[in-house]
Design a binder for this molecule. Sequence first.
Ligand code: GLP
Length: 247
Amino acid sequence: MKASVGLNIVVAEDYDEMSKIAAELVAGAVAEKPDAVLGLATGGTPMGLYKELVGLHRAGAADFSRITTFNLDEYYPIQKTNEQSYSFFMNENLFNHINVDFGRVHIPDGEAKDPEAECAAYEARIAAGGSIDLQVLGLGVNGHIGFNEPADCFSAATSLVNLTQSTIDANKRFFESEAQVPRQALTMGVKTIMMARRILMLASGGAKADIVRRFIRGPVTPQVPASALQLHRRVTVVLDRAAAAGL
Ligand code: GLP
């Protein structure tokens, strides 16, 4: 796929095609650089991408043995054994099915006693890893990336954040009840994300159409954290038709 400098938009027919295009891009990056550092996301959106990557690996078309991964975020507090933890999600949807070296898998620790220290250590681990080659992102309906919620200023480094009611409402579908959704999370900051060499943003479905339009065509504002991506050198946004409807 040819991409020019700045923000490139690819519109797929549907969710499956979006996932295939995204998988081609991720697998291509790993083929080009077998020891690539990947930034990974959770949520419903990248599940198809991960399924495709597992398929490519099973077909012998992708080798993940030398990659390093950093996940964007994790609820706080949460046990790794909790099925709603992002740690559990990543194992279930990707890591248990590919030949990744678990010693090079990084996810913010939702069990950390001292969350601030965990955030500082996480940021330092990313820097020590030589920074992220390709960061996969989903998009919150309120414009969040990772768990960076709309705010008066862009967040910088990995930190402990409070979730907004809109995010709690959006994510409660994964929990038994709204009360069980953790109220806080550990998340890479917008600056951490912007330091990635390349960004792959995915969004699907009509419910994201309005926020897709606002983050791409609207002003760059911390009220729409994803709008910061307009300032990045190398972003590919892969949308399905429904999510692209407002462009
Ligand atoms: C979650 C995650 C984000 C994700 C977003 C969208 O709260 N913290 O990283 O991108 O919300 O989720 P979904 O893909 O399920 O719409």
